[in-house]
Design a protein around this ligand. Structure first.
Ligand SMILES: Nc1ncnc2c1ncn2[C@@H]1O[C@H](COP(=O)(O)OP(=O)(O)OP(=O)(O)O)[C@@H](O)[C@H]1O
Length: 665
């Protein structure tokens, strides 16, 4: 059977990544080998599992391995496996297009990256798998045959704009990737990858733990004839070739911490996570007794691009007695710890365990509980012992971690303790709740917070005024997830969370009895003074507010909107609406600052002529201003703009000279 090579063009975005590889911005070029071995190891795992599940699949799984083959003269290195292999469509889809989600994002970021170092960091963050081969090779040839199929596929590219595909009738099952190596250039970290010594070194460094044998063919002097002793005098020049396994295949999680170097852990982390960063923290765990298992977990130092994507790569590799079973992203750890990567090796599960069984398995549930607690306590330890690393953790994963406050009530207190928040006294850093509590004013027993869309928006909100004036610290919660937990979480260390934008805020905590009494009297007097205006406003704005009242929160602004203790914040309403849930706007109270000139003038105007037409317009403007000041959205911005224009016109036009016009509202 003969076939013609078909030529395909790389998608533009794939080509852009390839160009980067061809021009090798990444200084750690050796890592191509780790990527290829990692892919082969995955392919061997897949074949083993598929052969267990599909009894009709006619494949030999007795000698699964990875082979490294070199040819010094031709300057080639081949990494071959007898794993699952790929069909022609797989090759086009998986290799030809680099169609993984996130590629677009990587491309966009790369386009914005200022220099090689920034590009390098991005590649570290996204990883580029198979394409890293173009850092070291001029031409890459991949020959593969999917298990169970009769014909293989040959793919080849020089990393230019195109690749070719043709049938490979004699391809053995599995995949081999042959690199036609660029000339060695030690100065540019491009080494001689045909050297046995180099390959041994790299496998030892990056892939020693791979559970499948990684083999090379070595030339050895032929053994001497029998009876010959150790003397070398008559050594014949003849050599024989021998196949040697060059990785120890030792499961890292079965070793103790001091037997494994940080580098080895980091390389293993990169293998299980498909990431290129260095883990921030390594967690080892061993359980003996009823359920025996070992776990080796990693907290990454960089969030993967797909952290918030529905379809993201898995997290924990489940092994049973050293045999890889599956990658699990839901049963072994809760979703809010999805950034954690690693391995769990359980001794008592069946090798045939399915996802469905996992979901219900008592042992798995026990493991999940323990791992969850361990990860949270590790974060707490990080917080106290390595503040810089904790900060990295929090910046990368804080938003995800806080999802636990919504989804994992059992660990609520521990999660709150391990979390940190922006606050009015934390500059642009973070504070823990324990630190916040230690700074509370005497008499203060609640934790003040406000939610909003950004730190600046919250800091400038009218709600903040009186708290600022009285020196109360306020947590500034601007992650969307904050809206979800803060209402329901209740308290921390016996201190209730209190929104400064809701209900009554008792700011007299630190005052003396006399001061409190004086403040109450002043408030009562003002309520009386403004009673008529407040009643009238309540009616005039009845579509928008529950009532109008005099505020104790304001020192600078004229008005503010205040929800009752159980109402949803406007931001939360907005989030629900954005997710397609039709939440009606809830009405809130309009609080007025009795010392503000606008409010004073409004009272005077109302006292002079309670029926004046402009009065209703002014009331609507005051309400609209309060909404805008908190970062809210006007229901009818155009109507508000018309009111404002009319009002400005009246103010600017000379007395008695206001232009006539029809305004429709
Ligand atoms: N040796 C192989 N055997 C079978 N399939 C392979 C092999 N190498 C690659 N593949 C397939 O091609 C896909 C793309 O590989 P590539 O290395 O580019 O990305 P990846 O392994 O998915 O992610 P990463 O960037 O983390 O390595 C793999 O997911 C796998 O399905």
């Amino acid at each position: 059977m003969s076939s013609q090579a078909e030529t395909f063009e790389f998608q533009a975005q794939t080509q852009q990544l390839l160009d980067l590889m061809v021009h090798s911005v990444y200084s750690n070029k050796d890592s191509f080998l780790r990527e290829l071995i990692s892919n082969s190891s995955d392919a061997l795992d897949k074949l083993r599992i598929e052969s267990l599940q599909d009894k009709d699949l006619d494949v030999d799984t007795s000698n699964l391995h990875i082979m490294l083959d070199t040819n010094e003269e031709l300057r080639t290195l081949t990494v071959a496996d007898n794993g699952i292999g790929m069909s022609r469509d797989d090759v086009i889809g998986l290799i030809g297009t680099l169609a993984r989600s996130g590629t677009g994002e990587l491309r966009q970021k790369l386009a914005q990256a200022k220099d090689a170092a920034a590009s390098e960091e991005l590649i570290g963050q996204f990883g580029i798998g198979f394409y890293s081969t173009f850092m070291v090779a001029d031409t890459v040839t991949l020959v593969t045959k999917r298990a169970g199929e009769s014909v293989g596929t040959r793919w080849q590219s020089t990393g230019g704009g195109t690749y070719t595909i043709e049938e490979a009738p004699d391809a053995p099952q599995g995949t081999s990737v042959t690199l036609h190596l660029k000339p060695a250039d030690d100065e540019n970290h491009l080494y001689d990858y045909t050297s046995e010594h180099k390959l041994r070194e790299l496998v030892k460094r990056y892939s020693d733990f791979i559970s499948w044998p990684i083999r090379i063919e070595v030339e050895k002097p032929a053994p001497k004839p029998a009876d010959d002793d150790e003397s070398e005098s008559d050594a014949t020049p003849e050599t024989i070739t021998e196949i040697q396994t060059i990785n120890s295949r030792k499961a890292l999680w079965a070793k103790t911490r001091d037997e494994v170097s940080d580098e080895e852990y980091a390389d293993f982390y990169r293998h299980v996570s498909h990431a290129w960063d260095t883990p921030l923290e390594i967690i080892t765990l061993k359980a003996e007794g009823t359920f025996e298992y070992q776990a080796l977990l990693f907290i990454p130092s960089q969030a993967p691009f797909d952290l918030f994507m529905r379809e993201r790569s898995g997290g924990i590799h489940l092994y049973v007695k050293r045999v890889f079973i599956m990658e699990d992203s839901e049963n072994l750890l809760p979703e809010y710890l999805r950034f954690v990567k690693g391995v769990v090796d359980a001794a008592d599960l069946s090798l045939n365990v399915s996802r469905e069984i996992l979901q219900q398995d008592r042992q798995i549930r026990a493991i999940r509980r323990r791992l969850t607690k361990k990860v949270i306590s590790t974060v707490t330890d990080l917080q106290s012992s390595r503040p810089d690393d904790y900060k990295t953790f929090w910046t990368q994963f804080g938003r995800v971690f806080k999802e636990g406050l919504v989804n994992d009530p059992d660990n609520k207190d521990a999660i709150l303790k391990a979390s940190s928040f922006e606050s009015t006294t934390s500059d642009d850093g973070f504070t823990t709740l324990d630190e916040y509590i230690s700074r509370m004013k005497s008499g203060q027993d609640v934790i003040y917070y406000m939610t909003g869309e950004s730190r600046t928006q919250i800091e400038n909100s009218p709600h903040m005024e009186a708290l600022r004036a009285k020196g109360f610290e306020v947590l500034l919660l601007s992650d969307p997830v904050d809206e979800m937990w803060v209402d329901s979480v209740g308290d921390y260390s016996d201190h209730r969370f209190q929104s400064i934008a809701k209900g009554a805020v008792d700011l007299d905590a630190g005052d003396t009895e006399d001061e409190k009494k004086a403040a109450d009297e002043a408030q009562a007097k003002r309520n009386e003074e403004f009673a008529d205006l407040l009643t009238w406003l309540g009616t005039a704005l009845s579509d928008d507010i529950t009532e109008a009242r005099i505020s104790t929160r304001l020192t600078e602004s004229a008005a503010v909107l205040v929800g009752d203790a159980f109402s949803m914040s406007p931001q939360l309403e907005k989030l629900y609406r954005a997710s397609g849930q039709p939440i009606p706007r809830s009405k809130r109270a309009l609080e007025l600052n009795p010392d503000h000139p606008l409010v004073v003038a409004l009272r005077a105007a109302h006292a002079a002529d309670a029926d004046a037409a402009e009065l209703v317009d002014s009331a609507k403007l005051v309400y609209g201003m309060a909404l805008i000041a908190e970062g809210g959205e006007l229901e009818d911005p155009a109507a508000f703009a018309r009111l404002l224009a009319d009002s400005l016109t009246r103010a600017l036009a000379p007395e008695g000279d206001a232009p006539e016009q029809d305004t429709e509202q």
